[in-house]
Ligand binder design. Sequence first.
Ligand SMILES: Nc1ncnc2c1ncn2[C@@H]1O[C@H](COP(=O)(O)OP(=O)(O)OP(=O)(O)O)[C@@H](O)[C@H]1O
Length: 499
Amino acid sequence: MSKPALLTLTGVSKRYGKIQANRNIDLSVKLGSIHAVLGENGAGKSTLMKLIYGIEQPDEGTIAWEGKPISLSRPSEAQALGIGMVFQHFSLFETLSVVQNVSLMVPGRLNELADRITELGEQFGLSVDPHAMVHTMSVGERQRVEIIRCLLLNPKVLILDEPTSVLPPQSVRMLFDTLRRLQAEGMAVLFISHKLEEIRELCDEATILRHGEVTGRVDPREHDAHSLAKMMIGRDMPHLSPGTHATPGEVRLVLNDLSHPRATRFGTSLEKINLSLRSGEIIGIAGISGNGQQELAALVSGETRAGDAAMIEIMGRPVGHLGPLQRRKLGFAFVPEERLGRGSVPEMTLSDNSLLTAHSRGMLRGGFIRRQMERAFTRDCIKAFDVRTPGIDAEAGALSGGNLQKFILGREIMLAPGVMLVAQPTWGVDVGAATAIRLKLLEMRDQGAAILVISEELEELFEICDTLHVLRAGHLSPPLPAAETSARDVGAYMIGAAA
Ligand SMILES: Nc1ncnc2c1ncn2[C@@H]1O[C@H](COP(=O)(O)OP(=O)(O)OP(=O)(O)O)[C@@H](O)[C@H]1O
C-alpha cells in the first residue's frame, strides 16, 4: 500500500510580473519519503518551496495538509502545522549569537537551548558554538545553524533548499544519516539539490521542473545522473575538456609568510601562509569552511588589510596595505562567497550592479555614468553567461540563486583580470551551468590569467586546478600538484593527519 500524502499541491501557479515562476504544479509529499525537487537554475524550485512555507501565496491552485486545504499567509502558520524550512539564502541575524538566533524561533531558556544546540550538533555532525556571533561565521557554519534551528522545531516535513552545497563530505554523510533516521520516524523531507548523485543516493521520489512546470516524476534510484540531468535541461550535458594548457608565466600573486590574528574569538588566525600563483595557472584552496577561508579571502581581496604590505604581492607590487579598489586597479578581480550583499546589492538593478566593479571599463566620464556602456556590458554578461532574467533592469535580489552567481562571476570574468580570486565558484549553480563556469575559468587560465579558487568541492578543484593547497586551522599545506595527488591525500591534510 502506498504511503499517505502529508502535503498535496494541485494546479499551483505563481507569477512574478512577466515571469511565470510556477505553472500548474501538482506535487504530493508522502510521510516517510525523501522527495527531491530538481531543475535548472531559475526552474522555479525555491518559489515552490516558498509557497509551501507560506512566504508567498499561490495565484492559483490548492495546497492541502493531511488532506485538508490550507491557506498559509506566513511561515509561522506553516511551522505550527509542522513544516520547517532551511533556506538557500540565510535568514540569521548577524549581530546576534547562534543561540539568540535560535531563540527567536524556538521557545525555551537560552542555556537550555544552548545545550540542545550542542547536543544536536554532535549528534548530526553539525557542530557549532552556540555562543558564537553569526557575523563571525562562514557560510558553511551559518548553514549548520539553520539546519539545527529547524530540527529543534521537530517538523513533519522538512524543506532543505540546497543544504549540502557548503557542507564538507563528512558532514554530508552525517546529514544524510540523520535525514534517513528522521525518515524512518515518519518525517518527510523535500530536498532541493543540484548534486544529482546525492539525490540518487538519498531520495526515493523526484519531481523535475523545467521553466516552472513539472516535466517528470521519477524514482531517482532508477536513473543515472546523466539521464536525470538530461530530463532537467532537456538536452545532453556539455562536456568539460581540459583545453590547451599554456606554460605558466610570471608570478602574479604572492603570499609571503602571511600571518593575521583572528579578529574575534570565533575567527581563525592565519599562520605564515606562503603561496605563489603564476599567469596561466589555477591554484585551488581545499578545506572545510571555518578553517580560515573567509579570513584568507578578505586579506587577498583587500577587505582586510595585512599587517605588513609585503605579505601580499599582486602583479609584482606589495599590496598588503591597499584596499580592494586599489588592488582592482592593478588588474585584480574578486568573487566573494556571499552573492547577496557582498557580491551584489540585491535592491539594485543588474545594470547598476555591473557598475560596482566594472566602472573602470570606461563607464564613468567627467563624474557622469555612461549608462549606455553600463547597459551594453550588462547585456553582454547576461548573454555570455546564460543568466536567466527578464533583463538588465531586473533587481539582483529577484534572480534565482544560481543565476545571480552566474551574473557575478560573469561580471568579474568580463573584466579580463590578470589575477582573480573566486570563492565557491559554482555554489548553487546547476550541473550544466557549473560545467560552463569551469570551462570559462580554464579558458581564462589558457589566456594567461592567474586564478585562485577557494572551494569545498574537491571534485571541482581536481577538475580545474593545476595545484592544490589545503587550508586547515589557519595553516596552509605545501603545494600539491593536482595530477599527482589523490583525494585521500587532500583528505589527510583536511583532517590534520598528513605530515
Ligand atoms: N521576488 C521575485 N521577483 C521577481 N522574480 C522572481 C522573484 N523570485 C523569483 N523570481 C523569478 O522566478 C523564477 C524562478 O526562480 P526560483 O528562485 O524559484 O528558481 P530556482 O529553481 O530555485 O533556481 P536556483 O536553482 O537558481 O535557485 C526565476 O526566473 C526568478 O528570476
